[in-house]
Design a protein around this ligand. Structure first.
Ligand code: ACO
Length: 324
């Protein structure tokens, strides 16, 4: 018998305000055509003053609890992936813990930018397998609009706000491929490329969060290369083949990256969950948002094999394979 970390419920939250590419044409020198052609994005949700990372993360967790038929009192632990926390400290995780009235347990934030959710899942899985966690909320929540330079057309058209969350529960498995739950995860980082995607500020330098600076072409090249490698690694780790994958849920950064990665993996686009067109790049929130959409719309079904892949600032990247 082995312990498996199984996703048993999903939830998400998107701010009410939708900003279209046409709306952006009024802010910066851009066009709907350029944005759609280069990125695949048409709309993104933009938070109002009260829709902070903590607020949105809490709302996503409430949806998870509703789906699971549980209350905050049933939750042991909370791990949050975010780059845009409400405060430098305490963490968003403890805020959510308090907001949903969860009891004393493990609660902390993970910072790996767009790879944050994959990192958080990998950490949660390891802690579940060593018996440290039992029933944990894993959350990705981002208010990217707060760290955008709204005069920089090369970045401000690409990002959006939102939150997604899953309930990850320890369950007994047989140890074979038919088990529900996480089968393998891989997390990577290469700090040599920290200067191709970063914020031009921070607590211990400018005392401000700074704004996103991105060398898009460099990030694009790294994304295609590293993502192809990591999906191969993660499949080898759990002894599964490309043909075993029912759904690829990639980080939603750019449709061209998603299509290239899917092609290299030999997965047709009808097996890829794409929400980028309506969400933009929501960083650590993008995969759990896409998963919740796919779950609630009936695309991803119980027992389907799902592969998550992500790459973000750092450069960080990673992948997770699970049976839903
Ligand atoms: N509207 C119109 N024109 C624009 C815009 C815009 N919003 N932005 C840039 N341009 C112009 C440029 O100025 C350039 O003009 P020039 O040729 O006169 O100099 C031209 O369009 C082409 O610009 P490129 O940067 O070469 O465009 P590219 O095809 O590389 O697409 C993009 C840019 C979409 C950013 C792409 O490189 C990309 O997606 N990169 C990866 C981003 C990514 O994956 N991020 C994930 C991680 S995010 C995170 O971790 C926080």
């Amino acid at each position: 018998m082995v312990t498996r970390a199984v996703i048993t419920a999903t939830g998400s939250y998107l701010p009410e305000k939708v900003m279209s590419n046409v709306d952006l044409e009024k802010i910066v020198d851009t066009s709907d055509e350029w944005i759609v052609q280069r990125s695949g994005i048409r709309n993104r949700h933009i938070a109002n003053d009260t829709e902070t990372a903590g607020f949105m993360g809490t709302k996503a967790c409430e949806k998870v609890l509703e789906m699971a038929g549980l209350t905050g009192a049933d939750i042991d632990d909370i791990i949050v992936a975010t780059t845009t926390a409400d405060k430098t400290f305490p963490s968003v995780a403890v805020q959510i813990q308090n907001n949903i009235s969860a009891p004393v347990g493990v609660a902390f934030d993970v910072q790996a930018v767009c790879s944050g959710f994959v990192y958080a899942l990998g950490v949660a899985d390891s802690m579940i397998q060593t018996g440290q966690l039992k029933r944990v909320l894993v959350v990705g929540t981002e208010r990217m609009s707060s760290i955008l330079n709204w005069e920089d057309r090369t970045t401000c058209v690409l990002f959006g706000d939102g939150a997604g969350a899953v309930l990850l529960e320890a369950q007994e498995g047989t140890g074979d491929k038919s088990d529900r739950g996480i089968h393998a995860s891989v997390m990577k980082a290469n700090g040599a490329y920290q200067d191709i995607l970063y914020t031009d500020g921070g607590v211990s330098t400018t005392q401000l969060s700074g704004h996103i600076v991105m060398h898009g072409k460099e990030v694009f090249k790294k994304a295609v290369g590293y993502l192809s490698e990591v999906v191969e690694d993660v499949l080898v780790k759990c002894d599964l083949e490309q043909d075993d994958i029912d759904w690829l849920i990639p980080h939603q950064a750019n449709i061209r990256i998603i299509e290239t990665a899917a092609k290299k993996l030999g997965v047709s686009m009808d097996k890829v969950v794409v929400t980028l067109d309506n969400h933009g790049n929501t960083s650590a929130a993008s995969i759990p948002l896409a998963l919740d959409y796919a779950n609630r719309s009936g695309k991803v079904k119980k027992n389907d094999v799902v592969l998550f892949e992500a790459l973000g600032g750092g450069i960080t990247w990673g992948a997770v394979v699970l049976r839903f």
